[in-house]
Design a protein around this ligand. Structure first.
Ligand SMILES: [Ca+2]
Ligand SMILES: [Ca+2]
Ligand SMILES: [Zn+2]
Length: 248
């Protein structure tokens, strides 16, 4: 993996099973981008379809996010700032944004949303290494179009945006990590669970907050606020660039 040839700060297991049940182990963190952009993570709203460099990636029936969906994304990242220490900045230059949002008819009737991960690494002639991470978040606009059209806080649509934003911050689905005790595997404890409780969440739940603190605010990757070179963890595998972080 190219990612391992650079000194990349990837999410690593904490040893706490509750935190690790929502951490995407091996995912490079925003703080590992080089040249460092400090703690700034930019996001934008696609007007034309964008995606990872992956021959299998296709966009069907692209549409931009509507204004309510855009407002929900802004609110989620606004509230994520204090949980991570990262500074989320909206940009109109979506082609160069760290995180780009759009909608399409995602494959599969049960798929509400998908986050795609991509990275570009190269080494210049003078040996300087560059790592550009990007994520593409798509919401379904067909089977789930009506559900996701008005994502006000407290709705399933908003919770879905919160869940995908969680992926862009390094969180994983409990259905994939499969380490969270069943009694805790519901949205009262983590919005990365597929098991809904009686209320849709308007904020990250307790395990999400603990994991975000662990990945950013409490970690070496952010201790010097991105200004100190970060050691790599070579034993940790990285996800394949262009891979789907998760469907839903
Ligand atoms: Ca980037
Ligand atoms: Ca679909
Ligand atoms: Zn997911």
């Amino acid at each position: 993996m190219a990612a391992n040839s650079n000194s990349v700060a990837v999410a690593q297991a904490s040893g706490n099973v509750l935190i690790d049940s929502v951490v995407y182990v091996g995912l490079p963190l925003w703080t590992s981008e080089s040249p460092s952009s400090g703690l700034t993570v930019t996001y934008g709203f696609m007007t034309t379809p964008l995606g990872p460099n992956d021959a299998d990636f296709t966009v069907v029936d692209f549409a931009p996010l509507n204004l309510t969906q855009q407002a929900a994304v802004r609110l989620v990242y606004g509230t994520s700032q204090s949980l991570t220490g990262l500074n989320f900045v909206e940009t109109a230059d979506v082609a160069s944004a760290d995180i780009a949002f759009g909608t399409m008819d995602l494959d599969g009737p049960g798929t509400m949303a998908s986050t795609y991960y991509d990275e570009v690494t190269w080494t210049a002639a003078d040996g300087v290494k560059t790592l550009d991470l990007k994520e593409y978040v798509y919401f379904d606009n067909a089977e789930w179009g009506a559900t996701l059209a008005n994502p006000v806080p407290g709705s399933l649509g908003y919770e879905t945006i919160l869940h995908e934003a969680g992926h862009t911050l390094g969180l994983d689905d409990t259905a994939y990590t499969r380490s969270l005790p069943a009694l805790l595997d519901n949205t009262d404890f983590t919005v990365m669970s597929y098991t809904e409780t009686d209320t849709y969440k308007a904020n990250f739940s307790v395990l999400d907050v603990a994991a975000l603190h662990y990945l950013y605010a409490d970690s070496g990757s952010i201790r010097a606020f991105g200004l100190t070179p970060v050691a790599s963890w070579p034993g940790t595998a990285s996800p394949l660039a262009g891979s789907v972080l998760a469907a839903v």
